[in-house]
Design a protein around this ligand. Structure first.
Ligand SMILES: Nc1ncnc2c1ncn2[C@@H]1O[C@H](COP(=O)(O)OP(=O)(O)OP(=O)(O)O)[C@@H](O)[C@H]1O
Length: 337
């Protein structure tokens, strides 16, 4: 549905060229929710703006539903853009227009007749749960309500794709949750494909099927959300995961405990998370477990459990216990001090 092939964007400035996005490949399949996460300045906004060509890639191709966008004449590009809605961190509502008008004005500009405009405004206000606020002005709404109006405005144009540029970054945690729930509903019930950018791992955790980590304009790691949460490869990815559940164990403690056994991080995904595998392993191989930390993370498509464990016993027994856990589908990372 969205495909970027080797997309790069260079900004020319007086102080020299800035390569904001470098050789990015990305593929969001129909009906999925993909997220790009990165720190400030990593290139997220530039990347997402390349999808609807608000920013023109310096090189590379952008395919939307199979159509290459960068070579389209302006009138065709405008047509294609109607398939792509967008929401922003700052909501971008017209302050002097009511909620109703904010949603209606773009529809009128598209040439829809009065009845159709009214039908759509009513329909999408209901979907976002703001039917009773249609006469209000933006400054009479909370941040969450403003974002709901912005979502209704984007949906009312009946796009196939929704781009979300840090849509929850200005909201408190509870309001963030409710907006993420709304995005899930929009995805599931209206079948809209979503590509979002964020610096918040909880956004990825809650609604994304697939995640890309961006740093210095490059995608440094990508994979299904479950795979990335279960086995992050890059330091930046691990840092983002630490914002959800701390994975770090003090090095001095690991060093000390490794003298009397083995310290390992065990990762349980899916079925393995619900089985008493540690009890089985310790019983069968006569090793004693000491759990140093444990957490369980609920993702959109499953759960990932993490346990850091100190196994004490004879070396061979520890090796066999670890082998047994691996055979049962548990990820094992032996920690070194
Ligand atoms: N119009 C522009 N002209 C020059 N440089 C730009 C322009 N827009 C972005 N940049 C630079 O490109 C890089 C990536 O910026 P971008 O806004 O895409 O990052 P970001 O990850 O979205 O950051 P943030 O979360 O802070 O918005 C930065 O170094 C930024 O200064």
């Amino acid at each position: 549905m969205i495909k970027l092939n080797n997309v790069s964007k260079v900004f020319e400035s007086k102080s020299g060229d800035v390569k904001a996005v470098s050789n990015v490949n990305l593929h969001v399949k129909k009906g999925e929710i993909h997220g790009v996460i990165g720190y400030s300045g990593a290139g997220k906004s530039t990347l997402i703006r390349c999808v609807n060509l608000l920013e023109r890639p310096t090189v590379g191709e952008v395919f939307i539903s199979g159509t290459e966008m960068t070579t389209l004449p302006l009138n065709k590009l405008r047509e294609m853009r109607q398939n792509i809605g967008m929401i922003f961190q700052g909501f971008n509502l017209l302050k002097t227009a009511t909620v109703f008008e904010n949603i209606a004005i773009p529809l009128k500009l598209l040439g829809l007749d009065k009845n159709e405009v009214e039908l759509r405004v009513v329909k999408y206000l209901e979907i976002v749960g703001l039917t009773d606020r249609q006469k209000a002005y933006p400054n009479q709404l909370s941040g969450g309500q403003k974002q709901r109006v912005a979502i209704a405005r984007a949906l009312a144009q009946e796009p196939k794709i929704l781009l979300s540029d840090e849509a929850t970054s200005a909201l408190d945690p509870e309001t963030t949750e409710s907006i993420l729930d709304l995005l899930l509903k929009v995805n599931e019930e209206l079948g809209i494909t979503i590509l979002l950018i964020t610096h918040e791992m909880n956004v990825i955790q809650k609604i994304c099927d697939y995640v890309y980590v961006i740093e210095g304009g490059e995608l440094i790691e990508h994979g299904s959300t479950i795979d990335l949460f279960a086995a992050p490869k890059e330091e930046t990815t691990t840092k983002f995961l630490n914002t959800i559940a701390q994975r770090k164990i003090p090095t001095s403690l690991v060093q000390q405990l490794n003298l009397t056994g083995n310290v390992s991080r065990l990762t349980f995904v899916g079925e393995a998370a619900g089985q008493p595998l540690i009890a089985l392993a310790t019983e069968r191989f006569n090793v004693t477990p000491n759990i140093l930390s444990a957490n369980i993370i609920e993702l959109k498509n499953g759960i990932v459990g993490n346990i850091v464990i100190h196994l004490v016993g004879e070396t061979n027994n520890i090796i066999n216990a670890i082998e047994f856990l691996k055979e049962q589908g548990v990820g094992v990372e032996e920690l070194e001090g």
